[in-house]
Design a protein around this ligand. Sequence first.
Ligand code: DGJ
Length: 730
Amino acid sequence: MIAVKNNTFHISTRRTSYLFGVDEQGNLLHWYYGARIHEDGLAFRDFARTTTWSVYAPDDEEHAAPLQCTPYEYFASGYGTFYPGSCSIRNEAGHNTSRLLYRSAELVKMAEVSTALPRALNPDEVFKVTLEDPINGLQVVLYYEVFSECDIIVRSAVLKNNGTQTLRLDRAMSLTLHLGEDSFDLIRLCGRWAHERSVIRTPVGQGTLSIGSLNGESSHEVNPFFALARPHTTNMLGEVYGFNLIYSGNWKAEVYCDSYGALHIQEGIHPESFLWTLRPGEMLETPQAVCTYAENGLNTMSGNFHRFIRRHISRGYWKDRKRPLLINSWETTYFDFDEASLVRLAKSAKELGVEMLVLDDGWFSTRNSDHSGLGDWTVNTNKLPGGLGCLSERIHQEGMQFGLWFEPEMVNPDSDLYRAHPEWIIAAQEYPAPLCRNQFVLDFSNPAVVDYIFESMCRILDSARIEYVKWDMNRPLTCLGSTYLDADRQGELAHRYVLGVYELLQRLTKRYPKLLIEGCSGGGGRFDLGMLCYCPQIWCSDNTDPFERLVIQNGTSYAYPVAAMGCHVSASPNHYTKRASSLEMRAAVAMPGSFGYELDLGVLSDEEKQQIRAQIGQYHKTYECIHNGTYYRLSEPGQRDFAAWQFVAEDGCSSLITVVFLKPRRNLPAGRLRLCGLEEQAAYRCGEENVLYGDALMNFGLDLGDPAQIGEVRTYYFEKQNTNKNRKED
Ligand code: DGJ
């Protein structure tokens, strides 16, 4: 709900309040974000502190609001604040000062923006607030979109030049927010290729903590999600604010703790290597920033994000549909396959219950290694003499669907495309362009490049029955330069590149609405809300070792639902870590995800094949509970001697708990595990014998029993008993 009273704006969701308003000088100021409250009688000036060093606007005769600590809702650099602005402009005189004042506020049906950036769908309400700098003509329209049931507020800004001179924007964040107290920990998801999204938690002290990516994608190194939690906050208890960005390019988040202990938070497009020219009448739209607040722990914050993504980010044909259980050829054959071996693989997979074969890298052009062929999207007829049409038919005859790998944004120097269009790569022309994985990045700011790749992909997709595309992206953007953009637009390249990627995704999803696209970037280098608007699932990591996947998927679960995570059972010993693990553990870890297999089924024993049949049975039985239920982290890897997680089905009638032992259980404390999200008075049956009450399971906990081996898995599937079997109140 959005209430407007005396120039105070109160946005409320089911359990949160967000308050901001206009002061006497016309500044738009942030008042409060947190647990839901009544605003009547609040003293909104409590932030103001006066010191001898304070800077005041000349119209602030009473010295009510020292500029350096004023919590502006959105402000431009230069007018007296001691930390970077939400935006920053330079006018034709070369000056970097701007002052945004409140103009108007109104409820609108929808944000008046283009379709260039992906956005969250179907907000309950949209609130529009307009600010303006009357001197240089900069107008900023702020949008607040409310998703009440998910306790999510989404913010974005549109910056427009309403003046007569050219303005240069070197900073345009999506979100500025202020928390008036200290003692918060910053939680973020960090790592590197094959080790994405481990949870890092550090206290915030005076100064700036910043995270971000300059890779041209959201990156393996750190994810655009972050949280600010009270020091005592755990998965089950305590206050936390969570943030994310619906964007897949260079991004930055900053938490500045001022000398009074107040936090100033910003997130948006990374200002480094960003310079946007706004000629009179031109505008720039920022990506949407997503905010949530939870009073009772990190699991609730994650639950808010999960619900929001499932309902408002996922879209189209696959939004609520069960995804096909697939076998992927990459770790099965790498580049070494032909039609006969793929058909054999499809046949053996089908016998076990797998539903789709995905042909990964190596099916096109001269692609027998990663040295050549990218950009030339024509079939390699040495490997597939009958073409994709013939292969796909044979796969379908086996009763399987068919999926195909592309890496649309890239080109190898050894390719016909590069030989024909060397000017189509991203490169600062005066330097030799660096290679990474033997490839260059195509300049997607150039519409001719996007058109060419769209047509090449359509030719392939029209040539065969292809139900799924794995969209890969295997190198960062460096040496930014475009032969398409004018010199004064070169600073726009990184953002325009991302807009080009979205444009191609939009055109493909429009033309092939039933196509399931899985995102991928050398594993999980572009795991973000922008890509999730087009790809309902994203390959989590190239590291498929279940011990390491526990850490990667645990971190990913802070911000993203399991349905978004591509997770496969691969071979043992693992190709990357060389570590052996049981088939049981590999399946238990991959099952809370978009599940599949990625190993040579032909070499498995009959016993292993029988195990896979049983796993697939279990997958179908628990699919609803896992994919549409509520997820709880019960014990994170590294916290106790086991990792454990729980799903509670949407209707509350069942709950699945998985425990994986990570240390030998010798001379260790009792393995009791407290569950979450059950009905206190309800009885739950697990197996034939075991009936336990919700209150006991959530307070006393589940006894994990005898010591187990490292990697041993326990799963418990509780079903709620009929109401008449449930305990009566005394
Ligand atoms: C990187 C991906 O993450 C892998 O799964 C695989 O598709 C390779 N690229 C293929 O080159």
